[in-house]
Design a binder for this molecule. Structure first.
Ligand code: THU
Length: 166
C-alpha cells in the first residue's frame, strides 16, 4: 500500500470544576495552585505552578523561574520534575501531576504545558515505568484529566532513539 490515512484517538475526561476531583486529585490540584505563589516571573508576569503527587502521598511543587537573560529561565513543570529528581533520589513513583497558572496574583486561567515540558514529562513517566495521571485547567474553565502524560505527546522522542549514547 502506498499511502494510509490514519487518525489518532485521544481519550480524556473533562470535569466541570474542582468539585468533581477525587480527594487525591484535589490535593495535587490545590498544590499546583499554591505553587504559583513561588513563581519568579518578573518579566512575563505569568505565575505558573506544577505539583507532583507521589505514590507515598508526598506532594512536590515547582514554579516558573525566570531570568533577565530570557532563555535561561525554566517552566514550572520542569522545575518540579527536575527538582524532585535532584532533591529526592530514589523517590516513590510519581502518580499524579497538575499545573496551574495565573497572571500575577490574578484569577487562575488555562495552563497547558509547552512542548519542551511535555517531552520532560514523558521521560519522567517512561523512566519510572508507571503512568503519571495529569490534570490541566482548560481554556474553557474546565479540568482536563489525562491517564498518562504520554497522551500529550504522540510521535515523541524516546531514549531508545539514541542508541549511540548508551
Ligand atoms: N511557563 C511555564 O512555566 N509553563 C508552561 O507550561 C508555559 C509557560 C512559563 C515560562 C515563562 O516563565 C512564563 O510562563 C511565560 O512563558
Amino acid at each position: 500500500m502506498a499511502r494510509l490515512e490514519r487518525t489518532l484517538p485521544l481519550a480524556y475526561t473533562e470535569l466541570a470544576s474542582a468539585a468533581d476531583l477525587t480527594p487525591a486529585e484535589a490535593q495535587v490540584w490545590d498544590a499546583a495552585r499554591a505553587a504559583t505563589a513561588h513563581a519568579y516571573a518578573p518579566y512575563s508576569g505569568f505565575w505558573v505552578g506544577a505539583a507532583l503527587l507521589l505514590a507515598d502521598g508526598t506532594l512536590f511543587g515547582g514554579s516558573n523561574q525566570e531570568n533577565a537573560a530570557y532563555p535561561s529561565g525554566l517552566c514550572a513543570e520542569r522545575t518540579a520534575l527536575f527538582g524532585l529528581s535532584a532533591a529526592r533520589p530514589g523517590h516513590a513513583a510519581i502518580v499524579g501531576m497538575a499545573v496551574a497558572a495565573r497572571p500575577g496574583a490574578g484569577p487562575f486561567g488555562p495552563a497547558l504545558p509547552c512542548g519542551a515540558c511535555r517531552q520532560v514529562m514523558l521521560e519522567a513517566e517512561s523512566r519510572q515505568g508507571q503512568r503519571i495521571a495529569l490534570l490541566l485547567p482548560s481554556r474553557d474553565g474546565t479540568i482536563l484529566r489525562f491517564a498518562s502524560v504520554a497522551d500529550l505527546l504522540p510521535f515523541n522522542f524516546q531514549p531508545e532513539d539514541l542508541p549511540a549514547a548508551r
